[in-house]
Design a protein around this ligand. Sequence first.
Ligand code: C2E
Ligand code: MG
Ligand code: MG
Ligand code: MG
Length: 283
Amino acid sequence: TVKGSGRNGWQFYTREMQQNSEYRHALLNHLIIAVKNRKLATYYQPILDLKTNRVTKCEALARWQKADGQFIPPVEFISLAEESGLINKIDLLMLENAVQALIKINQKGRNVGLSINVSPRLFHTRDKALETWMECIKTLSQKINITVEITERLLTDDSEKALSVLEKLKTYNVKIAIDDFGTGYSSLSYLVKFPVDIIKIDREFVEKIEKESSAETLIETILVMAKRLKIKVVAEGIETQQQLNFLVNNHCDFGQGYYLGKPMSENNFREFIFSDSLIADKS
Ligand code: C2E
Ligand code: MG
Ligand code: MG
Ligand code: MG
């Protein structure tokens, strides 16, 4: 089916959903209640330093299980939340959850940072949501290393506003990552115009390692370019040892993917962090 087929399925997906506007409406109502009652869960996916094989940070990912037990995939409810503006509340909730969880972990002698997604929508709101989120980041960044993941879309839509917000974030020592790098349509000049610290190579490219030499060439080129620009690189969606080897051989800084660790509940992530063998095994 078309659901979950990601950005390539978008066209399809909206058409299907339009035919299903009643379903969408009902789903949104459930989502509003779930957010209000803080029923969305935060999952944590490890991001490893590929030189040391240590978990240096994790990405916080929203998970929603409806009251009737049904799991709704993020591609489905995040897009719904973005259309309705509810996403701002979700992004704030994920931030609060994640920082609480990581402070507990780091109190036990670890230093795991947080990589958090933020919708471009937040940067364009006129209400207090952006202010609240910025205040929250400012306070939390004193306790934890925070990376904010944005998409290229943000930097093309309203770039003056985005630039001022990003520069403010930099004064809090927050790092800026470009998520899904390579899948947008913006020009590369934004890499120097905006204070970009990290790029995350999209899974679309990583999954073609050892299958399509053109994808490999692209990744090699991104890595060389990033090094020259002093930007760090995270490879997303690593699923095999072969992909990992290719990335390590080409000096990719960080890795994320099912092969290194799936998104996990807070308890499972804590266990993962405190069992070094799991991590050391992947060398
Ligand atoms: P993303 O930010 O690019 O997150 C990475 C996605 O790739 C996650 O999907 C993760 O589960 C998946 N992934 C990681 N490693 C692998 C792998 O090895 N193989 C495969 N097949 N997939 C892998 P997820 O959790 O379904 O989230 C989808 C998207 O929804 C995210 O993409 C992000 O754009 C958005 N999202 C999720 N949580 C939030 C949130 O709290 N706020 C906002 N604004 N967006 C969110
Ligand atoms: Mg992300
Ligand atoms: Mg990503
Ligand atoms: Mg991605």
